[in-house]
Write a protein that binds this ligand. Structure first.
Ligand code: ATP
Length: 369
């Protein structure tokens, strides 16, 4: 196990800055996900940790070893970094059985036959593929092949496992199963995992820590629920969460010596923000759909709205309502029998509204400590 530290790492491809002055600590034993939209620099970051790409500048440490330093001209090749890599494509050997695929690396290391048997079976058991050891890759499902690809890495007991979108070729159900397998694997092995995905749900469900990248720049490193509830800026608020957060343009106003926001037909107060010089500035109110309570009867603190459309989603309903000129999404958990154009009242849950300044930074979150 080992901590990974990136210090001011930049990677340029010609004039493209793929990763921009990235400083990041990936804690020992963590499941850290690099999350962001396509082209934000996730894979390049992973490849630099692996030693497959050289940073243009900066330093990378794995444990107490400096594996790359542009200043000191230091570079440790991938094979000497004690890392396991799993990519989107499984690249199993088609002519080898599952057992042979998993144990290949140990055979190359000329390990004792008993050790190879023992380790291969142990790892196969962790990944629940012990019944498949005699099959060939062509006789496996996508999910099973992916597990073999992971087992093949795990058997080498790497300090760190690097996984680049390993589930993206699987169907939705298998992806869900594999997420829980990977999460168990992490808790059973305690290894440090660095995982790349553009899928925010995958990042939230599996990780202990999530690093959000945008245009090669680190936006926030936080635990999943912190990221969800306290996004540092508008980009993260918008990128993380499904259905998307409601973002409504408004203006900061004064409310009994404190700052509040009026946005469309909504208003929220931020009692902890007392800097009245902010009053008058444009700002954005952010409220997640599940943080709004909808009622078909007038409620004291409710804002009047009308139903625009109702989208049943099985266990919940996404109701689009019109408040002033804005459409706001509300999640409800009961079939309220709503019909289009019906008047309703919506109320923002206490401690849930967020306010972003004009430059996109989080100004306030009502529930903040
Ligand atoms: P995706 O989710 O689509 O894989 P990503 O976040 O992993 O995206 P990277 O693959 O790291 O993004 O790419 C970051 C930027 O660097 C992109 O603009 C990409 O076009 C560019 N880039 C990556 N590799 C190269 C390369 N070998 N040559 C030139 N440009 C590259």
């Amino acid at each position: 196990m080992a901590e990974i530290v990136l210090k001011n790492v930049t990677k340029k491809f010609g004039s493209v800055v793929a990763v921009d002055n990235l400083s990041l600590v990936i804690k020992e034993g963590s499941f850290t996900t690099l999350l962001g939209p396509s082209g934000c620099g996730k894979t390049t970051t992973l490849r630099m940790i692996a030693g497959l790409d050289h940073p243009t500048s900066g330093e990378i440490w794995i444990g107490d070893r400096c594996v790359f330093s542009s200043e000191k001209g230091h570079y440790v090749p991938p094979g000497k970094r004690n890392l396991g890599l799993v990519f989107q494509s499984y690249a199993l050997w088609p002519h080898m059985t599952v057992f042979e695929n998993i144990s290949f690396g140990l055979s190359v290391q000329k390990r004792r036959a008993e050790y190879i048997q023992e380790m291969t079976r142990e790892v196969a058991a962790i990944l629940r593929i012990e019944d498949l050891l005699d099959r060939y890759p062509s006789e496996l499902s996508g999910g099973q092949q992916q597990r073999v690809a992971i087992a093949r890495v795990l058997v080498m007991k790497p300090q760190v496992m690097l996984l680049d979108e390993p589930l993206s070729n699987l169907d939705a159900k298998l992806r869900m199963d594999m997420r829980s397998e990977l999460k168990r694997l992490h808790s059973e092995t305690g290894s440090t995992i660095v995982y790349v995905t553009h899928d925010q749900l995958e990042a939230l469900t599996m990780s202990t820590d999530v690093a959000v990248l945008h245009n090669g720049i680190l936006q926030q490193l936080a635990a999943p629920m912190d990221l969800y509830h306290r996004p540092k800026n508008l980009f993260i608020a918008d990128f993380v969460g499904n259905p998307r957060i409601n973002l409504i343009q408004g203006r900061l106003v004064e409310d009994q010596g404190r700052v509040a926001i009026e946005a469309g037909g909504l208003r929220a107060s931020f009692p902890r923000v007392s800097d009245l010089s902010l009053v008058g500035q444009e700002a954005t109110l952010g409220v997640r759909p599940e943080d709004i309570v909808l009622s078909s009867d007038p409620t004291p603190e409710g804002f009047k709205a009308t139903v625009y459309s109702v989208l049943p989603a099985g266990s919940e309903w996404y109701v689009r309502v019109k408040v002033g000129n804005d459409l706001v999404t509300v999640t409800t958990y009961d079939d309220m029998g709503l019909v289009n154009d019906q008047p309703v009242w919506i109320r923002i849950q206490p401690n849930r509204a967020k306010c972003f300044t004009n430059n996109g930074e989080l100004l306030a979150y009502i529930g903040q400590d």
